[in-house]
Design a protein around this ligand. Structure first.
Ligand code: FNR
Length: 180
């Protein structure tokens, strides 16, 4: 099972990116998580969408080659960061690589609500981005106060959160199998 992970933060010390790295390590025996990096993407521009820069082509190829996409996003001003919306806009056009592609969502923030509002927006956007692109129902992962739940290396150390994510990963695997 290959899952492309799109992280909605581009900063070096991003908690959401650390969460992606943690998942890669913890579930390596079940899932190959590959980060599809949004940092090299230019601003979406309809004038160049038919022959976009190489970074866009590679990003789309990576998404197309994955069995599913995991979106891991922070919340910026009650929504998703602009850099993530930009990536979604690229994916929504021309070859429409999200069509039929299953996806699921997680998010971490330092606030208490753990990206609830950003994820609501993201679900709305995903509804438009891919036709028949199913989203893992339920299993909402909102990690609030994330700075208190990771150690300095970015490893999750909060047992209830670790247990919950184990359950969600398991539910995701079952969901993917029942879709075959
Ligand atoms: C934030 N942050 C934030 N947090 C939140 O819970 N709700 C919000 O609306 C916002 N808004 C917001 C706007 C901007 C511009 C910044 C820079 C930050 C705080 C945010 O959750 C925190 O910085 C996270 O650590 C960002 O995620 P990464 O970069 O660590 O993955």
């Amino acid at each position: 099972m290959k899952v492309a992970v799109v992280v909605g933060s581009i900063r070096k010390e991003s908690y959401n990116r650390k969460l992606a790295e943690y998942l890669k390590m913890r579930y390596a025996d079940q899932i190959t998580f590959e980060i599809a990096d949004i940092r090299p993407l230019p601003f979406y521009d309809e004038d160049i969408e038919l022959d976009p820069p190489r970074a866009v082509k590679e990003f789309k190829e990576q998404i197309a080659a994955a069995d599913a996409v995991l979106w891991i996003t922070p919340e910026y001003n009650y929504s998703i960061p602009g850099v993530l919306k930009n990536a979604l806009d690229w994916l929504s056009r021309v070859d429409k690589v999200m069509n039929g592609k299953p996806s699921w969502i997680m998010g971490a923030s330092m606030g208490q609500l753990g990206t609830v509002r950003a994820q609501e927006h993201l679900r709305d956007i995903l509804f438009s981005v891919g036709i028949t692109s199913p989203l893992l129902p339920n299993n909402e992962v909102y990690i609030g106060a994330v700075h208190e739940k990771m150690d300095e290396s970015g490893k999750l150390i909060h047992e209830p959160t670790i247990g919950f994510i184990d359950l969600v990963v398991n539910n995701f695997m079952t969901w993917m199998q029942t879709r075959k």
